[in-house]
Write a protein that binds this ligand. Structure first.
Ligand code: BGC
Length: 265
């Protein structure tokens, strides 16, 4: 059995770049019709849809801010209008607004919590309502699947990034609590916790001298690629992972293994 998503509709938020883009592409290649949600990257989203279609896949781009309740409703309505259903949600949209605590503006705190945490709540709620309304479409063993994009910073504290770390710590228990709540309906909720991946959010940290320093934190000795995370996402969304419920796959080259203790602490 392979990791396939034939006949299924996957909605990926924040899919115009980075991890979301890689996930959308891989899911389309695995047979899913993909809804490419974007916030500001309309051009990139359209380009991704074109590339997916050139490869023989199906995709549509739909804009909308995941932190805006009405926009999330429109996003799901648009997905159903385009492809008739939603079977998989990848709640991926996320951003960073870094600052030391003394100079972190309330607006920087709020924005990160709104997009990274409240956005996942709104999208997951819409997806679960949708799965319930659809029932069993006969396309997967579960009636619906949700992947919550977290981070190694759901466990690793991160000075200068308290808004981001708090949002991802929140995602971890949002994910597990949701998983507990809806598993009995055959809805699987799981999470992904990437480490340092070569994406736009991480451009500065993954080039030149900063990359050298970063590698000291990664036992496996390389920065991750978006495809590393997309492959884990595909596994989690597919029936190969049918018994994974409330699990987080950490995709980090060992970053969470306390590498500073390698030399006896
Ligand atoms: C952040 C990156 C960071 C990585 C590891 C990710 O969640 O978005 O900026 O490099 O965690 O620290």
């Amino acid at each position: 059995m392979e990791c396939r998503l034939d006949g299924q509709v996957a909605l990926v938020t924040g899919a115009s770049s980075g991890l979301g883009e890689a996930i959308a592409r891989l899911f389309a290649g695995a047979g899913a019709a993909v809804v490419v949600n974007y916030h500001s990257g309309a051009g990139r989203a359209a380009d991704l849809v074109r590339r997916i279609e050139e490869d023989g896949g199906r995709a549509v781009a739909i804009g909308g801010d995941v932190a805006d309740e009405a926009a999330v409703e429109r996003l799901f309505d648009g997905a159903v209008a385009a492809f008739g259903a939603v079977d998989i949600l990848v709640a991926n949209s996320g951003l960073q607004k870094d600052a030391p605590i003394g100079s972190m503006a309330l607006s920087d705190w709020q924005k990160v919590i709104d997009v990274n945490l409240t956005g996942q709540f709104l999208c997951a709620r819409a997806a679960i309502r949708r799965f319930r309304a659809q029932g069993d479409r006969g396309v997967s063993r579960a009636i619906g699947k949700i992947l919550c994009m977290s981070s190694v910073h759901e466990t690793i504290p991160w000075a200068g990034h308290v808004n981001y770390a708090a949002s991802k710590g929140g995602v971890a228990l949002l994910m597990r609590s949701l998983a507990q709540e809806v598993a009995g309906e055959r809805i699987r909720v799981n999470g992904l916790a990437p480490g340092a991946i070569r994406t736009p959010i991480n451009e500065k940290a993954t080039t030149g001298a900063a990359e050298e320093k970063l590698l000291g934190l990664i036992p496996y000795g390389r920065v991750g690629e978006p495809l590393d995370v997309a492959r884990a996402a595909l596994f989690l969304a597919s029936d190969m992972a049918d018994y994974l419920v409330g699990a987080t796959l950490t995709v980090d080259g060992g970053m969470t293994l306390y590498p500073a203790f390698r030399d006896n602490g």
